[in-house]
Design a protein around this ligand. Structure first.
Ligand SMILES: Nc1ncnc2c1ncn2[C@@H]1O[C@H](COP(=O)(O)OP(=O)(O)OP(=O)(O)O)[C@@H](O)[C@H]1O
Ligand SMILES: [Mg+2]
Length: 265
C-alpha cells in the first residue's frame, strides 16, 4: 500500500535541437493520491512517455518538481517501478532470474518474494522458462512482476499492453487490476485504448499536445469489476470522446488502439 501522495508541480519540458525546440510538456500540475489508479490518454506526441520518464527519474532535464510525500525525486529509485511497451527481458535469464534481476535467488527472502510475484502474475510452473518460450502476454507479466520486486510505491506503465492482441490485453487488464486491488500501489498507466483507460482508472487524465498539457481529469465512479456495457461506463466513454475530439485535429494524428469507438468522419 502506498502511503505518499505524488506531486507534479508545474512540470515543463523542452527538447532543444538545431532544428528547433519541441515543447513536450508545459506546466503539468497534478496531485496523485496514495494508492490511486490514474490512466493517461492523449494523441501521439503529447508528452505521455516524457511525463512518465520524468516521474521515473530517467529524465532529469526539466523545469518544475516531482515529489513523493516529502521527498523531491531527482533520480531513479526503488520507490518507483517502470513497465515499458516492450517487455525488455534478458533473453539469457529465465523467468525467476529476470524477476530477481540483480538480487540473488540464493537469498531465501528474495526467492520467497519472487515466488509470491510469480503467483500474483499467474505464471506458476514457468519459473524456469526462458523468454523465447513465453508468449507476449506472459513476457509482459514477467516485466510487471520484475517492476514490483522492490515493492515500489508507484508503478509507471507506458502502454504496457499496446503490442498485445485484444484477448490477451483484456486478460492482462484483469491481472493488473487484481494486483492493484491486492497491493494498492499507486499506478499511472498510459494507454491509447479508451476502454482500457476507463476499465482500470479511478481518474482518467486527457492530455493535449504542442505543448503537452493536462486538458481534463475525468473521475470514473465505478466499483470493480467493471461492466463495460453499463450505463455509467458508456457515459464516461462519451465524456472522454468529447474531450478527445479536439485532439483529433492536432497536426499529428492520434493513434487509438480502440478505433471503433472513435467518432466517424
Ligand atoms: N529525445 C527526444 N528528443 C527530441 N524530441 C523528443 C524526444 N523524445 C520525445 N520528443 C518529442 O517530445 C514530444 C513528446 O514525446 P512523447 O514520446 O512523450 O509522446 P507520447 O505522448 O508518449 O507519444 P506516443 O503516444 O506516440 O507514445 C514529441 O513531439 C516528441 O517528438
Ligand atoms: Mg509514448
Amino acid at each position: 500500500m502506498s502511503e505518499s501522495s505524488l506531486y507534479l508541480n508545474r512540470i515543463t519540458k523542452v527538447f532543444r535541437s538545431p532544428q528547433g525546440d519541441v515543447h513536450a510538456l508545459r506546466d503539468v500540475q497534478l496531485v496523485i493520491d496514495p494508492g490511486e489508479f490514474l490512466t493517461v490518454i492523449g494523441p501521439s506526441g503529447c508528452g505521455k512517455s516524457t511525463l512518465l520518464k520524468i516521474i521515473a527519474g530517467l529524465d532529469t532535464d526539466y523545469d518544475g518538481e516531482v515529489r513523493l510525500g516529502e521527498r523531491t525525486l531527482s533520480k531513479p529509485g526503488t520507490d518507483r517501478g517502470f513497465v515499458f511497451q516492450e517487455h525488455r527481458l534478458f533473453p539469457w535469464l529465465n523467468v525467476e532470474q529476470n524477476i530477481a534481476a540483480n538480487l540473488s535467488l540464493k537469498d531465501p527472502k528474495v526467492k520467497k518474494q519472487v515466488q509470491e510475484l510469480i503467483d500474483l502474475v499467474r505464471l506458476n510452473g514457468f519459473e524456469r522458462a526462458y523468454p523465447r518460450e513465453l508468449s507476449g502476454g506472459m513476457s509482459q507479466r514477467v516485466a510487471i512482476a520484475r517492476a514490483l520486486l522492490r515493492n515500489p510505491e508507484v508503478l509507471l506503465l507506458d502502454e504496457p499492453f499496446g503490442a498485445l492482441d485484444a484477448f490477451t490485453r483484456a486478460h492482462l487488464q484483469e491481472v493488473i487490476r487484481d494486483i492493484w486491488l491486492t497491493k494498492r500501489t499507486t499506478m499511472i498507466l498510459v494507454t491509447h485504448d479508451i476502454d482500457e483507460a476507463i476499465v482500470l482508472a479511478g481518474r482518467v487524465v486527457v492530455m493535449t499536445s504542442r505543448p503537452g498539457r493536462l486538458h481534463k481529469v475525468i473521475p470514473v465512479p465505478m466499483p470493480h469489476p467493471r461492466n463495460r456495457a453499463s450505463s455509467v461506463f458508456q457515459e464516461v466513454r462519451s465524456l472522454l470522446l468529447e474531450e478527445l475530439e479536439p485532439t483529433l485535429h492536432d497536426k499529428q494524428k492520434p493513434r487509438y488502439a480502440n478505433r471503433e469507438v472513435l467518432p466517424s468522419g
